[in-house]
Design a protein around this ligand. Structure first.
Ligand SMILES: [Zn+2]
Length: 265
C-alpha cells in the first residue's frame, strides 16, 4: 500500500507525498523546492500532481515541477483555472487511477472555500486494506475547523462538509494546513464541556511541543470535536445563538454563525 508523508512548506502548509516503491505523487505543491529535495533524497520519480483548488499556496510549484518532470500528469478541478497546459480537468464523481501507487481515487466536488474546490477520496477495496480509506480535502475540512468562505456560501460549505462527514469514520483526513491547535481553541470556546475535545486538545498540545504534525486526522475524530461538523447539535446551536444574540432555526444558520464567529476569533 502507498506510504504517505507530509512535506512542510511556507508557514504551515503540508504538501502530501504519496509513494509506492520509487513512484511518487504529490498533492497541492504550492512550491517546488521542498518537493524536489525529498524526491532527490529518496530517489523518487514524480508521476502525478493532484490539485484541490486554484489558490497559489496549492499550485505555485506546478510549473517548476513540470519543467523537471514533463511526463507527470496534473489533475485539477474543471471549474477553476487549470495550473498546467495539459492538465486533466476533473468533475464530481470522476475516477482517477494511479496505477503506480495501486490507488483508485474518486473525485468529490466540495465548493465553499472556492467554487470549484474538489477532494480526492480513496475507498478501501477490502476491509483489511491498511491506510484506507483516505481523503485529501485541501482547504475544505481542517482538523477542528474548515476553510474560510472566499468564494462560496455557508450553505455550499455546509453541504460539502456534510458529504465528507458521511464518509466512513476511519477515513484518514489529510488537510493542507497545520491549523489544528488554533482551531481547537475555537471549538473549546463553543463547546467547553466536550470531553473528546479536551482529550484531543491535550494530545495536540503535546504533538506541537515536539514539532510533530497533528495530521492526518479521521472523519470519526472530526465528528467528535470539530464544531463545523456539529452544527446540528443542541449545545452547539445554543452557543452560536448566544454569541449571535439571535435565534437560529436551521443548521445552515448555525453553521454560518459559527463561521462568522471564527472569522473574528
Ligand atoms: Zn485555499
Amino acid at each position: 500500500m502507498p506510504n504517505i508523508s507530509p512535506i512542510p512548506a511556507f508557514q504551515d502548509n503540508y504538501i502530501w507525498l504519496i509513494t509506492n516503491n520509487n513512484h511518487a505523487v504529490v498533492v497541492d505543491p504550492g512550491t517546488a523546492a521542498p518537493v524536489e529535495r525529498v524526491l532527490a533524497e529518496r530517489q523518487l520519480t514524480l508521476d502525478a500532481i493532484l490539485i484541490t483548488h486554484h489558490h497559489h499556496d496549492h499550485t505555485g510549484g506546478v510549473e517548476a515541477l513540470l519543467a523537471r518532470w514533463p511526463q507527470a500528469r496534473v489533475y485539477a478541478p474543471a471549474a477553476e483555472p487549470m495550473p498546467a497546459a495539459n492538465g486533466i480537468a476533473l468533475h464530481d464523481g470522476d475516477k482517477v487511477s494511479l496505477p503506480e501507487l495501486a490507488l483508485e481515487i474518486e473525485v468529490m466536488a466540495v465548493p465553499g472555500h472556492t467554487l470549484g474546490h474538489i477532494a480526492y477520496y480513496a475507498a478501501a477495496q477490502d476491509q483489511a486494506a491498511p491506510g484506507l480509506p483516505l481523503l485529501f480535502c485541501g482547504d475544505t475540512l481542517f482538523s477542528g475547523g474548515c476553510g474560510r468562505l472566499f468564494e462560496g456560501t455557508p450553505a455550499q460549505m455546509h453541504h460539502s462538509l456534510g458529504r465528507l462527514a458521511r464518509l466512513p469514520d476511519q477515513t484518514r483526513v489529510y488537510c493542507t494546513h497545520e491549523y489544528t491547535q488554533s482551531n481547537l481553541a475555537f471549538c473549546h470556546a463553543v463547546e467547553p464541556n466536550n470531553p473528546e475535545l479536551k482529550k484531543y486538545l491535550q494530545n495536540v498540545a503535546k504533538l506541537r511541543q515536539q514539532g510533530v504534525p497533528t495530521l492526518p486526522s479521521s472523519i470519526g475524530l472530526e465528528k467528535a470535536v470539530n464544531v463545523f461538523l456539529r452544527a446540528h447539535l443542541a449545545g452547539v446551536r445554543a452557543a452560536a445563538q448566544m454569541h449571535q444574540g439571535a435565534e437560529l432555526n436551521e443548521d445552515i444558520e448555525v453553521f454560518a454563525a459559527l463561521r462568522r464567529w471564527k472569522d473574528d476569533f
